[in-house]
Design a protein around this ligand. Structure first.
Ligand SMILES: C[C@@]1(CC(=O)O)C2=NC(=C\c3[nH]c(c(CCC(=O)O)c3CC(=O)O)Cc3[nH]c(c(CC(=O)O)c3CCC(=O)O)/C=C3\N/C(=C\2)[C@@H](CCC(=O)O)[C@]3(C)CC(=O)O)/[C@H]1CCC(=O)O
Ligand SMILES: NC(=O)c1ccc[n+]([C@@H]2O[C@H](COP(=O)([O-])OP(=O)(O)OC[C@H]3O[C@@H](n4cnc5c(N)ncnc54)[C@H](O)[C@@H]3O)[C@@H](O)[C@H]2O)c1
Length: 209
């Protein structure tokens, strides 16, 4: 299957997770990085999910699944350990609601990639469902390759790019945007020398103005 990769804005959209086990926890944790309105439907939940519920981060309906639980949901995760229940969720999902099944059976509107998140910098990995284990392995490699300093690095690139776009046009703009990706800047960021990056930018902007 050739899935279409995209990054979705799901802030303030209703998301329903049917099931309260370990896979539900994984999906909920991914959702908690957004402002989606998440409801978990399950007669029992893991300790970690209970903690998110207590914190008010997630709504819990302490019950077995019923079709009305899907009302107004934009995204649906069928992640119970019971194929019959996952089938019932699929049956109840309207065609406009996007459905993901953790058992990878039946209707699959989307699957979940592994994610390495460093602020605005996001790397996603998938094997299109072929080998979730390999997906996880590659994610671990990428997390090492793109360390925590990428959060600051990409924040700096964003700010610098905005400054450049305000002041320059045409070839000068192109040239400065390309220079911004000089490996020296990444290295300074990795060494915690943010001031050097900022000084470099001010100097380059001053020279070209
Ligand atoms: C990426 C990640 C994100 C997430 O879960 O949100 C994710 N699986 C992760 C890990 C993982 N999952 C499994 C193992 C054990 C090793 C193994 O079985 O190989 C490990 C590894 C581990 O945990 O170490 C078991 C498993 N997974 C699926 C089935 C059903 C089946 O294939 O039949 C079974 C068998 C269940 C059983 O035995 O009954 C199905 C799916 N899992 C997907 C995503 C989608 C395709 C991803 C892709 O394109 O590769 C898809 C199709 C649907 C979906 O869930 O969206 C997350 C990364 C964790 C991380 O980030 O560290
Ligand atoms: N996609 C993945 O990454 C991945 C990984 C491992 C397993 N799986 C699949 O996901 C399934 C769930 O795995 P798990 O480890 O979370 O299982 P689990 O046993 O920890 O949790 C299952 C949950 O389903 C809930 N449930 C059962 N019947 C229900 C109903 N009628 N209504 C609402 N909730 C109900 C239970 O209360 C429980 O919270 C597995 O059976 C397997 O098919 C997927």
């Amino acid at each position: 299957m050739n899935y279409f990769p995209l990054l979705m804005n799901i802030d303030y959209k209703k998301v329903v997770v049917v099931g309260g086990g370990h896979v539900a926890r994984q999906k909920v944790e991914a959702l908690l990085t957004t402002k989606a309105l998440v409801t978990v439907i399950s007669p029992e939940v893991t300790e970690t999910l209970q903690h998110y519920i207590n914190e008010g981060l997630v709504t819990w309906k302490d019950k077995a699944f019923e079709p009305a639980d899907l009302d107004d949901a934009a995204l649906i995760f069928a992640v119970t350990n019971d194929e019959g229940v996952n089938n019932a969720v699929e049956e109840a999902a309207q065609h406009w609601q996007l459905l993901s099944r953790a058992d990878a059976k039946g209707r699959v509107d989307f699957i979940n990639p592994a994610v390495v998140r460093r602020g605005d910098f996001v790397v996603t990995v998938s094997t299109s469902g072929a080998s979730p284990g390999l997906t996880r392995q590659v994610k671990i490699d990428l997390a090492e390759q793109y360390g925590e300093h990428y959060t600051q690095y990409v924040a700096f690139l964003k700010e610098a790019r905005q400054k450049i776009l305000k002041v320059f046009t045409g070839d000068l703009k192109k040239q400065l945007l390309a220079e911004l990706l000089d490996p020296q800047i990444l290295q300074w960021m990795e060494q915690g020398e943010k001031q050097k990056c900022e000084a470099w930018l001010e100097q380059r902007i001053g020279e070209k103005r």
